[in-house]
Design a protein around this ligand. Structure first.
Ligand code: MN
Length: 217
């Protein structure tokens, strides 16, 4: 995907039915082809006349949103967040039966939460308590310490100086076709689909950047 305007909808990294039975093809197709696409299209529309910002990467549009013309800030914030979050989300799933977490991320999870099971419990609780639309996250601070947190709408952990490792989309559009209002069942299903290799890569990338929280007052 282009990391600046015009943004493109990245293809789904697996077949529509690859996550069945935990997430069915219909749910995935609507979520990726309609909802994700709509964030991409709206972000491009918002940036169409903002020529000075068309070379900004996605993360900068979020982090330095306050630099944009005031009347465009909300549209760019929501849609850049939508593109950023959905790109992460679809890349963090894979067909059921994938590898368990290992390596550096596993050690960090055990040291932060006690065990993988305890982490999953915290992550699910956090996703359950998100009122309305949003996400639950596993994110790292500048020292690599992990935190579970939730965010509203299309907000991201970036402005808090945190580096995303894993997230789950708890907007109803992510699960309603298959699970209706049963968010808990969707979350249990999601746990079978986590691509821990991708999460580990995200975690490793968190160390490659001169962060964020260290430089923030
Ligand atoms: Mn979504």
């Amino acid at each position: 995907m282009n990391n600046h305007y015009p943004f493109e909808l990245p293809p789904l990294p697996y077949a529509y039915n690859a996550l069945e039975p935990y997430l069915n093809a219909e749910t995935l197709k609507f979520h990726h082809d309609k909802h994700f696409k709509s964030y991409v299209d709206h972000l491009n529309q918002a940036l169409e006349k903002l020529t000075a910002y068309q070379n900004w990467p996605l993360e900068r549009l979020i982090r330095e949103n306050y630099r944009l013309p005031f009347q465009m800030q909300t549209a760019v914030w929501n849609n850049a967040g939508g593109v950023y979050n959905h790109n992460l989300y679809f890349n963090l799933m894979q067909s059921p039966g994938g590898k368990c977490p290992e390596g550096k991320l596993t050690n960090a999870i055990i040291s932060a939460f006690g065990s993988l099971e305890k982490f999953e419990e915290r992550f699910k609780q956090c996703a359950m308590k998100q009122f309305g639309s949003g996400y639950a996250w596993l994110a790292a601070d500048c020292r690599g310490r992990l935190k579970v947190l939730n965010t509203l709408n299309q907000d991201t952990p970036l402005p808090r100086g945190l580096c995303p490792v894993l997230l789950v989309d708890v907007w109803e559009h992510a699960y309603y076709l298959q699970y209706q209002n049963r968010r808990g069942e969707y979350l249990d299903a999601f746990m079978h689909l986590i691509n821990w290799t991708a999460a580990e890569e995200n975690y490793r990338r968190c160390f490659g950047r001169p962060m964020m929280c260290c430089g923030r007052k």
